[in-house]
Design a protein around this ligand. Structure first.
Ligand code: SF4
Length: 524
């Protein structure tokens, strides 16, 4: 016989169980075990006894978690999967969910998701799969569910609002006038043809009123952002670039999602987006957050705090890129007794310059590091032995930022080698400089280089997994709160996937794990 028997209409005496249709070590079983052990009392409290019984939150969470691991995030796609996909059908116990039900659950019952996320972390910690005291931190921009076409400045919003308000007021006036003129008999037949149908007319007015409400929301959001920007400006007077960025960001708002901000994405284009921050250990996500600020810089204290809350562990070491090197962050980490591995913005460039000078045997004689500080006279001495006197002193709010200017540069024969201007000058922040030196020394040791290098395989693959494999390149829901829920779902799904592979790595079977006792530290 050349071929095996092929009969699609073969009937079975007993229908097979869905469990038998899946391999024993399928991901859905781990998700099933973990979610079954969750304490979901805070979500269950949100349901009432009256009316038709709802689907169990455990089932809804399983469907969402498994969906997010498979790049199936839209409620309509999830609905289809509960009909077509065996793993989804097993998790839903063969219930075919409606997309509206899935969407409603995601929108109304997941405000306590961080608590669920912390229970997954407890399981990972209990199994010894990661040490959450040694972390990597980074941020990535995820597109919001809004187009830049609906981005308006405060001026445009005021202009559009006044046009709509005038239009509505004029319509009322015309209605009143015509009522008086024609009485009750005539009216509709006086309408233009495209507005003659009352249904069409009502819909048009509803749309105009919605537009007005959106514009009002966007206006309010601009006010809020401008207030924040003013506060930031006061704190960061010396950072011109950041101020400019803040100004651009805060002058406009989107009518579709007023909480999203205009951000420059990796492809160089500006889009409406949110900034997602993550901390990771051994490719497990320890904490996540969503911000409308395109800059990563100020998120560090909050991320460390969230990580410690989620893991119940002190953060002892943290690795991050140069965007996080600020005085506030370094001071925070020192107070928190966390060892930081964060290069400053110029560290790599300075290193390259030094290497090049060494290679070409041309020492950078007039580099700033060759200017010696004379503490007694509060001045610098240049390589030619001439002084640079203090010109400005900014000591606002505990700052110690001083500007020094060459006192004898006009007559110097080496001026063209030392400066492009007429006088050599530089600004010196003593506190920042001290931090920079300590950090550079730490990062230039073998251990420092190794530690900082860990970032590349600890956090970058996690970002790639969320975006490429789980499809988190655009949020499906609007608003910052929902962006946070979606990030929480994607992060939980990622951790469950890693947990699944982690079990294989340590040679444990899911049935051997006492999930409830692993999680009890979080649920106690
Ligand atoms: S230009 Fe001024 S700072 Fe530079 S070497 Fe000459 S005197 Fe010194």
């Amino acid at each position: 016989m050349k071929f095996m028997q092929y009969n699609q209409n073969q009937t079975l005496l007993l229908p097979p169980s869905l469990v038998e249709c899946l391999p024993e070590d399928h991901l859905c079983f781990v998700i099933d075990d973990v979610v079954n052990s969750f304490n979901l009392s805070m979500i269950e409290r949100g349901y009432v006894e009256e009316g038709h019984p709802a689907y169990h939150p455990k089932m809804m969470i399983k469907i969402l978690f498994y969906g997010y691991t498979q790049d199936v995030r839209s409620s309509r796609k999830l609905e289809n999967k509960t009909v077509e996909d065996i793993a989804f059908r097993y998790l839903s116990a063969n219930a075919h969910l409606d997309h509206g039900t899935i969407n409603l659950f995601r929108k109304t019952h997941l405000s306590e998701l961080p608590f669920i996320f912390a229970q997954i972390i407890a399981a990972i910690k209990g199994l010894g799969l990661a040490d959450f005291s040694d972390l990597s931190l980074d941020g990535t921009k995820i597109k919001a569910q809004a187009s830049t076409d609906n981005l308006f400045t405060k001026k445009e919003i005021t202009r559009l609002k006044s046009r709509i308000e005038t239009f509505l007021a004029e319509s009322d006036e015309v209605d009143l006038k015509e009522d008086k003129q024609f009485g009750k008999k005539r009216g509709y037949n006086q309408m233009p043809e495209h507005l003659a149908d009352p249904k069409v007319r009502r819909e048009k007015i509803r749309k105009i009123q919605k537009k007005l409400a959106d514009l009002n929301n966007a206006g309010r959001e601009i006010d809020r952002k401008q207030k924040e920007a003013k506060k930031d400006d006061k704190e960061n007077k010396t950072q011109k670039g950041r101020r400019k960025q803040e100004k651009i960001r805060n002058l406009s708002s989107n009518t579709t999602d007023p909480e999203a901000s205009l951000m420059k994405m990796k492809d160089g284009l500006s889009r409406m987006a949110y900034n997602v921050g993550l901390t990771t250990a051994k490719q497990f996500i320890a904490a996540y957050d969503v911000s409308d600020n395109p800059s990563d810089t100020r998120s560090l204290p909050e991320m460390v705090k969230k990580t410690e809350e989620n893991t119940g562990q002190k953060v002892k070491k943290i690795k991050a890129d140069a965007a996080y090197f600020t005085k506030n962050n370094i001071n925070f980490l020192t107070d928190n007794q966390t060892e930081a591995f964060i290069p400053d913005t110029y560290m790599r460039a300075d290193q390259r310059k030094e290497d090049k000078a060494k290679k070409e045997n041309k020492p950078e004689k007039y580099d700033r590091k060759n200017f010696v500080y004379d503490k007694e006279n509060d001045q610098f001495i240049c390589p030619e032995g001439k002084p640079l006197k203090r010109a400005k002193y900014d000591h606002n709010k505990g700052k110690d930022v001083r500007t020094y200017r060459g006192a004898q540069c006009q007559d110097c024969s080496c001026r063209s080698l030392c400066t492009k201007g007429k006088i050599r000058s530089f600004t010196f922040d003593f506190e920042l400089e001290a931090m920079r030196q300590i950090m550079r020394t730490r990062l230039n040791t073998t251990e420092g280089r190794r530690k900082y290098g860990e970032r590349l395989y600890e956090i970058e693959p996690v970002m790639a997994d969320l975006k490429r494999n789980q499809g988190l390149i655009e949020f499906l829901c609007r608003g910052k709160e929902m962006a946070l829920v979606e990030t929480g779902l994607a992060s939980s799904a990622h951790n469950l996937k890693k947990l699944f592979f982690g079990l294989k790595r340590i040679g444990m079977k899911r049935k051997e794990v006492d999930w409830s006792s692993l999680m009890k530290t979080q649920t106690a």
